[in-house]
Design a protein around this ligand. Sequence first.
Ligand code: F6P
Length: 463
Amino acid sequence: MSVDLVVVANRLPVDRVELAGGEPGWRTSPGGLVSALEPVLRENDGVWVGWPGGTDEELEPFETGGLRLIPVAMSEADINGYYEGMSNGTLWPLYHDLVAKPMFHREWWDSYQRVNRRFAAKVAEVAGENATVWVHDYQLQLVPAMLRELRPDLRIGFYLHIPFPPAELFQQLPWRRQILEGLLGADLVGFQLPEAAANFRRLVNHRVGHPTEGEDVILPDGRRVRASAYPISIDFEGYEELAKSPAVEARAKELREALGNPRKVFLGCDRLDYTKGILARLKAFGELMEDGHFDVEDAIFVQVAVPSREAVEEYITLRDELEMMVGRLNGDLGRIGQPAIHYMHSSYPREEMAALYRMADIMVVTPYRDGMNLVAKEYVATRINDDGALVLSEFAGAAEELRQAWLINPYDLNGMKAALLEAHQADDAELKRRMKAMRATVRTHDVAAWAKSFMADLESRQL
Ligand code: F6P
């Protein structure tokens, strides 16, 4: 069967599981990206190329849940250099406003090039004649150019899920030109926000010297690369349906009871990442209690921190700091059987997340920098009664669309406290007005619309 569409991402959209008989097997991961791309892959005889997790395992292509998957193996050295090193020790902090200090190591860069070349070679091998390839995210920024060199017949799109920084930050990167040239191998480069696309075009102009015209970069051979914004979203209907289900409703009630039926529940759900502003939000909440605005009968905070990148030093330190803070706040503010902060270091399936969202009165999303933040949109989708408050950082991409949230600057602790208090005290009419508007926005701009618009623009590029 010829392959007309190849999706390429660092990870394959599957998790390893143990099947009924104890056999190892796969289960499709619950992410929105998979649900958005699945129909597109099916329509186009598509495959997904990515890392299956684990080390050194040369797996044959396989099929699961209707998806055709092509594994790319990684050694321990690749994981250290390419994944934990260059991707998450250099690019991640650099692209997120230097919230942590990026580290620049030449061996990491070598590893990044090697792994990107391996991905490009695999795609070149499986893609049919004139196929379309959609490359995802910061781990694979060299793939478009490497692939174009191997297979000039392909139509190549690239989408960056995280922010793209302004020149003042990006130019610290010793390999800035190579990254820009890597991305220019694509016909269409998509970003979350128009500002990120503009940063990219400006950088290409200054650092590589190519002129731009509107959203296009014009290369010396006349080829045009479009850099434009496509804000990603969620499966709105899927979350809404889930939130309406009796099982989720019952679970939400059960969770609330387990918490001792406090008058209001604040909720934070994040990957345990230093970009998310978890410490600052808990500090703000703790101070509101210390200031006497509420006690554990009036309000508690549930914080879910999903384990992430656990071998990277900054993440290890953050976990220690967070757990120390939770312990301190509970010691100071909690009562016997009534902690102020309920902290879970765990990941949960979609159903449980939907129940948590339904149960919570105030969703608190306070990143210092975030490409989009899908948790904010998921919360909105599950508020089927148009209630609940969203406190949202203006530095999350989602703030561009969710204007009716209580928008905050996470660096301004007093401002954040004021917004948390306002959201806590808002009356039903105010909550409804805001939530209704946000729900209408996410409903019409869901992840299917996102995928469709990117694919349509990619397909319409003149090659
Ligand atoms: O959105 C950024 C991102 O790195 C995605 O590429 C990835 O799916 C997610 O965060 C989780 O990160 P990781 O694959 O490093 O666990």
